[in-house]
Write a protein that binds this ligand. Structure first.
Ligand SMILES: Cc1ncc(COP(=O)(O)O)c(C=O)c1O
Length: 383
């Protein structure tokens, strides 16, 4: 039977993600548009994004935080290009974005002493194999497989190398052990439901020490350069951005941060996301045709919730037929206006990916689930 109740907001994309509940363009009226980002007003707003993020995330006092170009990718790449090569590197990957960082390290930077620790979709590499005498590059939450590291217990406090963590779909949704992470990146359009284009980069004192004591052998484009004459350009970490940010996006980031504060802070954001995962978990447990892509329950992401179709009809299809059937299912939901952008990532096994970050209302997820059952049934019957 076709359900009757529709999600009030069908936005379940894994980035850009749903705006915060109650968001409207009107909330951006105070934006410093048409003004220089180097004017007092612009600088104040950029500095406010940094200071409010710091407070809400509970960043250690001696960590630095900055706004950098080119979204999360820009933030990760400026770290890889600026810091790697000083010692051996262990780079971990278990889905598409992590694989991208493996490519950067091995094929672009060509760091000779690199070990790639790679696992298939649904799994994690063996974290016990990681050598923290080396620099370690990893993704906290694999957005395209819905597999996250369960915690930071595998990272020693007294490591010699640096830990470089792409945490873009984890920050504001998962507990991050900041003291175990030396360079952490994220963007505004993920858990905060902000706008794309800008990256956030947090640096530990040891990461800053690396920047100031090491010069990589390869050229650094201007947008990656964080030091001048062997000293950190610390203005970058106070809101003096390397190049021009969008003041409209900055205003939207401030709007998102104010909302998080209003609802009770990071902890409430994390609880909202975990509650969304719990809702989907209950449904998966009572539903035969679907399962998590993440094999181990403690690695299941509460943000990018990736699901595979395990029904015997579907399993008998070829890879192409399966991909086409999943595409039809997703298209049906979009036509009904009940779920947008929930196809699995293009390089991931075909299935569904539903965003469960804190800007998604639990009631909307509850309303979505009967539609998933309905769309699966319609797709299966159509063969
Ligand atoms: C884990 C991860 N890393 C990197 C990216 C790329 O982010 P951006 O588009 O912000 O550069 C994404 C985007 O979804 C991601 O999920």
């Amino acid at each position: 039977m076709k359900p009757t109740k529709r999600p009030a907001r069908p936005n379940f994309s894994s980035g850009p993600c749903a705006k915060r509940p109650g968001w409207s363009v009107g909330g951006l009226e105070g934006a410093a548009v048409g003004r220089s980002h180097r004017a007092k007003v612009g600088k104040q707003k950029l500095a406010a994004v940094i200071s409010r993020s710091r407070e809400l995330l509970g960043l250690p006092g001696d960590y630095l935080l900055g706004i950098v170009p080119a979204s999360d990718t820009g933030a990760v790449e400026m770290v890889l290009w600026s810091m790697l090569g000083a010692r051996g590197v262990d780079v971990l990957a278990w889905e598409s974005f992590g694989s991208g960082w493996v490519t950067d390290v091995t094929k672009q930077l060509k760091v000779a002493d690199t070990r790639s620790l790679v696992a298939d979709y649904g799994e994690l590499p063996d974290l016990q194999q990681v050598d923290f005498g080396r620099d370690v590059v990893f993704t906290w939450n694999g957005t395209t497989s819905g597999v996250r590291v369960p915690n930071g217990a595998w990272i020693p406090d007294d490591r010699e190398g640096l830990t470089i963590c792409d945490a873009t779909s984890a920050v504001f949704a998962m507990d991050l052990p900041w003291q175990k992470l030396d360079a952490v990146t994220w963007s505004w359009q993920k858990v905060m439901g902000g706008e794309g284009g800008h990256g956030m980069l947090a640096l530990s004192p040891r990461a800053v020490e690396r920047l100031e004591s090491y010069t990589p052998p390869w050229p650094l484009p201007k947008i990656f350069r964080m030091t001048k004459g062997g000293k950190l350009i610390d203005g970058i970490l106070r809101g003096a951005t390397i190049n021009t940010p969008s003041m409209l996006c900055v205003e939207d980031a401030l709007d998102g941060l104010a909302w998080v504060d209003e609802i009770g802070g990071r902890k409430v954001m994390q609880e909202r996301s975990e509650a969304n995962l719990a809702t989907i978990t209950r449904w998966v447990e009572r539903t035969d045709w679907v399962d998590f892509l993440a094999v181990r329950p403690e690695t299941r992401s509460c943000t990018s919730i990736c699901l595979q179709i395990v029904d015997s009809w579907f399993a008998a299809l070829s890879e192409d037929e399966g991909a086409a059937a999943a595409k039809r299912l997703v298209a049906l939901l979009e036509e009904e206006g009940v779920a947008y952008d929930i196809a699995s990532y293009r390089a991931a096994p075909s299935g569904l990916r539903v965003w469960g970050g804190g800007t998604v209302e639990n009631a909307d997820l509850e309303a979505l689930l009967p539609w998933l059952d309905w769309a699966f049934e319609v797709t299966r019957r159509a063969g």
